[in-house]
Design a protein around this ligand. Structure first.
Ligand code: FES
Length: 167
């Protein structure tokens, strides 16, 4: 039997509501709730942050403060795939800027933005905590060390070929 559409008209909120119910709208579940919201929506828009704030009876400023503090959350729509290049000192001296340039040119996407076709979001990060593996990139959540421009582009291409049922 089909479930009723969420009153918002967007059934993704129903998934978030289920999580909120399961965790009894507990304020100490804020980070977990933001994770679920990001998983469901792909990013945290102002509306979603407000929804979470209301659901947990927390001030919106606090929810936004927590979301921005942890660097785990995206606040804009993301591409189908994501590539983060660490540009911290250890990675920078080992050529991170060449990796950023190769991805930028290869996919016509500026750091911090998503390509026009929605295929790839390119990000840079300060330090991913794996300096011994420098230069480090993260493709769709998979950390890869000792990368260069060519291997990073290959990883992105390989990632794009992985069928959805894998993972
Ligand atoms: S500087 Fe890149 S992982 Fe630390």
């Amino acid at each position: 039997m089909a479930e009723a559409l969420h009153p918002s008209g967007d059934d993704r909120f129903a998934v978030l509501d289920k999580h909120l119910k399961r965790t009894h709208h507990a304020q100490d579940q804020l980070i977990e709730t933001l994770h679920v919201a990001q998983e469901v929506f792909g990013y945290l828009s102002d509306d979603i942050l407000m929804y979470v704030a209301r659901a947990l009876l927390l001030p919106p400023s606090m929810v936004l403060g927590v979301a921005t503090f942890y660097h785990l959350f995206n606040f804009e729509a993301q591409g189908e795939h994501a590539c983060s290049v660490c540009t911290g000192t250890a990675c920078f001296v080992k050529g991170a800027d060449a990796i950023v340039a190769a991805v930028r040119d290869g996919y016509a996407v500026a750091p911090g933005a998503t390509s026009e076709d929605g295929f790839l979001t390119l990000r840079t990060a300060r330090c991913l905590g794996s300096c011994g593996l420098a230069p480090v990139v993260v493709i769709d959540g998979n950390v890869a060390g000792h990368q260069d421009a060519r291997s990073t582009l290959e990883l992105i291409r390989a990632q794009a070929r992985i069928p959805e049922e894998v993972n």
